[in-house]
Design a protein around this ligand. Structure first.
Ligand code: SAM
Length: 190
């Protein structure tokens, strides 16, 4: 995958994971507004734009090389201002697709890493249910045992379909999997 990514001009091998998820779940539609959480170096944004989405607003702690059609913000997703800045980057449009491939920097202590990445997935879930356009979709990396039962139940209420998938491009020895939620029912009434 690393060789193929380089040969085909993808910024990361991670791009293949999203392309494989798209093959299985038909995520991309023309003219979509997409949010990409944890976007560096930009492979997922490239994959989305190659499939005709209208715009991508991406955020990462790391700087990202510019990409036509994408606006990248160097910012912590945990910053309370992050959601507003991302929505502004979409020109006030509600996203149709929220993606999160965020992973916390590893400490080498697996349980700690999984808890930290779980917290990032929860932030991504909250962002998705607060901002998605009706009918929208949400994809996030989680680790096996990932989201807690309560968060998963909330997603099942908010979306028509919630499924887990391990794309072939995800290393077998990695415990990462992806949660794919489609058919957003609209923000829940308080
Ligand atoms: N999907 C990307 C691609 O295809 O190029 C790869 C994403 S990489 C696996 C995970 C990213 O999550 C890293 O670049 C990391 O900096 C970012 N990240 C981790 N914690 C973050 C946070 N709190 N706010 C924003 N980005 C974060």
């Amino acid at each position: 995958y690393v060789h193929r990514a380089r040969a085909e001009g993808w910024r990361s091998r991670a791009a293949f994971k999203l392309l494989e998820l798209d093959e299985r779940f038909s995520l991309f539609r023309r003219d979509m507004a997409v949010v990409d959480l944890g976007a560096a170096p930009g492979g997922w944004a490239q994959a989305a734009l190659k499939h005709g989405v209208a715009m991508v607003a991406g955020i990462d702690l790391l700087p990202i090389e510019p990409l036509a059609g994408a606006q990248f913000l160097q910012m912590d997703v945990e910053d309370p201002a992050a959601a507003g800045v991302l929505l502004a980057a979409l020109g006030g449009r509600k996203p149709d697709l929220v993606l999160s491939d965020m992973a916390a920097n590893t400490t080498g202590h697996k349980p700690t890493d999984q808890i930290r990445t779980g917290a990032l997935a929860q932030i991504a879930c909250d962002f998705a249910v607060q901002t998605l356009a009706p009918g929208g979709a949400f994809v996030t990396k989680v680790f096996q045992g990932g989201l807690d039962a309560q968060a998963l139940a909330a997603l099942k209420r908010a979306f028509a379909h919630v499924r887990h998938a391990k794309p072939p491009a995800s290393r077998a020895e990695s415990s990462e999997i992806y949660l794919v939620a489609q058919g957003f029912r609209g923000a829940l009434k308080p």
